[in-house]
Design a protein around this ligand. Structure first.
Ligand SMILES: *Cc1c(COP(=O)(O)O)cnc(C)c1O
Length: 594
């Protein structure tokens, strides 16, 4: 009997994964069950049907049934042990299949070893002097980078006397002139998504009109509040799949949208299912913003691999890692590194079946994919037309062509969105509620964002998307014709990622930067990508010419050393994560010092 019951329960758990539901239902019903039992006991006591407390009865029963109790306890121990052992085996299998990669394991060991060595005073000194050397190097290289073409004296404290507006603007104009040239030629991957003169002028005028506004004061500036609502409505209408319930909020950027979606799922599942140790599942290709969000909220983030050929999230790995504590699966449309779109239709089915959330990171794709689809480019489903999708992030400040500082986070319905809000009624400063992380918000940016979307219109976005997708097609075809290179995955959007079996591809990006092109370096696996924007329209052949030249140069000495920025990636790949992250913090220090 017992063996059959255990087998039955485990079959349900492993094969159907329904244990998640049962556990949640039991947790929810438990308090009501206790109240019901107490009530029934009270009624029986009232009617004189019982004379002893449960404890007395239990003790009496224990005495009578001691031998049976021993027997039952023995069985219970065995049952629990078997279940625990099964959990351990299951966990081991999961780790074996989808746990630490070799690199991660080495990382862990390396970090532990370094931490131990750090206790030895002699080594401590050595490490410290090494770190100081690295600090100096980094500071030096940043200062080199920060050198403006015109010399401006550095300001270390508030000037005693103010300068005239003309003088201030004159300095600033000279500063920005030196920096404009870099992106205006269209040689930078991503970074500037539109950048045409007339468009920039509109954004600047719109934000200057509303430069004092703050949507926190809805009574003072109803128009910026309306801009926000309209930006959200316009974005929702592109993604809703026809559902009138899709809604959202305006945030300061992709990262905040992702942080907010994570917070919303955390609070939603805590409220509905009492989950206090939440877990999120994301592919290794997910944007680092999800790592940051989980880090901020103390959420366990389970990273699963991607298919080595398609670079889409491994669906089996996702299913293997779902537990009763899973609140959200994170997917990308497309992801940043390879520009591939996860199988969101399949993820939606999984999310629906297990009753968990599904976030679609369309930070990059939000304002490209819907228009590409309408242009007739075959694309998989990725939005709220899929029933499992519970939230999405769409960056207006990328392909929405707005000024930096806005993004939209969307939800399946208002009930979910409400978990994002903060409301506090007891503050001595008054009744307080905010929709996002910020308190005061820049109405100027909402105004510029609104201006961008209304000026572009669907027609404008379609036209730019057409140009971008044509450029992507040219670049893809060109790279395929270079025999030393290969494309990673099947890029369906505006990112094209490539690598090489002949040499370290970072050498190509090094040489490309000598030719004035700034590409993105990627790791695990080592690759390079270009994120095609409006700046690249019509420059596909120019890019390919530079790429061919770079490959030719590298092929003259394919085993040569890495230089420039790539050398850092080369070094990082040989070190455990701890020291690399220390160096990243040192780098951040350096960017913040004069
Ligand atoms: C840019 C980007 C983000 C984060 O956006 P920020 O605006 O930089 O905070 C998230 N996901 C993807 C895929 C992105 O490309």
């Amino acid at each position: 009997m017992i063996v059959e019951s255990i087998a039955g329960v485990l079959t349900v758990y492993f094969l159907l994964g329904q244990f998640v539901h049962i556990e949640r239902i039991v947790k929810k019903l438990l308090p009501y069950g206790i109240i019901l039992v107490l009530y029934l006991r009270w009624v029986q006591l009232d009617q004189g049907l019982i004379k002893h407390s449960l404890l007395e009865m239990t003790l009496a029963k224990c005495r009578t049934y001691a031998p049976i109790a021993t027997f039952v306890a023995g069985d219970a121990i065995v049952i629990i042990t078997v279940i625990q052992l099964t959990y351990i085996v299951f966990d081991y299998l999961r780790k074996l299949r989808y746990g630490l990669s070799k690199k991660q394991a080495i990382n862990k060991l390396g970090n532990a070893a370094l931490a131990t060595l750090n206790y030895i005073p002699m080594l401590q000194r050595k490490v410290r002097s090494e770190i100081q050397k690295i600090e100096k190097d980094i500071e030096h290289s940043i200062q080199e980078q920060g050198k403006s073409p015109v010399e401006f004296p550095k300001i270390y404290e508030l000037p005693a006397k103010g300068k005239s507006p003309e003088e201030v603007l004159d300095t600033m104009t000279k500063m920005v002139k030196g920096e404009d040239a870099r992106w205006k030629d269209g040689l930078v991957s991503g970074a500037v998504y539109h950048g045409e003169e007339a468009h920039l002028e509109l954004l600047n005028k719109a934000s200057s009109l509303f430069s004092v506004t703050n949507p926190l004061h809805a009574d003072l500036w109803p128009s910026v509040v309306r801009f926000e609502a309209e930006v959200i409505a316009m974005t929702a209408s592109m993604m809703s799949g026809g559902s009138p319930d899709v809604c959202g909020t305006l945030s300061s950027g992709g990262t905040e949208s992702i942080v907010l979606a994570t917070k919303t799922h955390r609070d939603w599942f805590r409220h509905d299912h009492n989950i206090t140790a939440p877990e999120v599942i994301a592919a290794v290709t997910a944007h680092a913003a999800i790592d940051k969000a989980c880090d901020m909220f103390g959420i366990k983030l389970i990273k699963v691999p991607v298919d080595p050929v398609t670079f889409q999230i491994d669906l089996k790995a996702v299913q293997w890692n779902i537990t009763a504590n899973t609140i959200m699966i994170y997917s990308s449309a497309p992801n940043f590194p390879q520009g591939t779109i996860d199988d969101i239709e399949a993820l939606s089915a999984i999310a629906t079946r297990y009753g968990i959330g599904l976030h679609v990171d369309a930070c990059l794709g939000g304002f490209v994919l819907p228009f590409a689809r309408d242009l007739g480019i075959p694309l998989p489903k990725f939005d709220f037309s899929l029933p499992g999708v519970t939230s999405m992030s769409c960056d207006t400040h990328k392909y929405g062509y707005a000024s930096k500082g806005t993004s939209v986070v969307l939800y399946k319905n208002k009930a979910i969105r409400r978990f994002q809000y903060f409301a506090f009624s007891d503050w001595t400063g008054g009744l307080y509620a905010t929709p996002t992380i910020a308190g005061s918000r820049p109405g100027a940016l909402s105004a510029a964002c609104w201006a961008s979307m209304v000026k572009m219109g669907k027609e404008g976005y379609m036209e730019k998307t057409k140009g971008i997708m044509e450029t992507v097609a040219i670049i893809k075809k060109g790279i395929k014709s270079i025999k030393e290179l290969y494309i990673l995955g099947n890029p369906q959007a505006m990112v094209v990622c490539f690598g090489s079996n002949e040499f370290n591809i970072l050498k190509v990006s090094d040489h490309m930067s000598k030719l004035g092109w700034s590409l993105n370096a990627l790791q695990h696996p080592t690759a390079v990508h270009i994120c095609v924007t409006v700046r690249h329209i019509g420059k596909g052949e120019k890019f390919l010419a530079a790429l061919r030249e770079a490959v030719e140069v590298v092929m003259k000495d394919p085993q040569g050393k890495l230089s420039g920025g790539s050398a850092i990636y080369g070094m990082a790949s040989t070190m455990p994560a701890g020291p690399v992250e220390d160096i990243l913090r040192i780098y951040t220090d350096a960017t913040l010092s004069l």
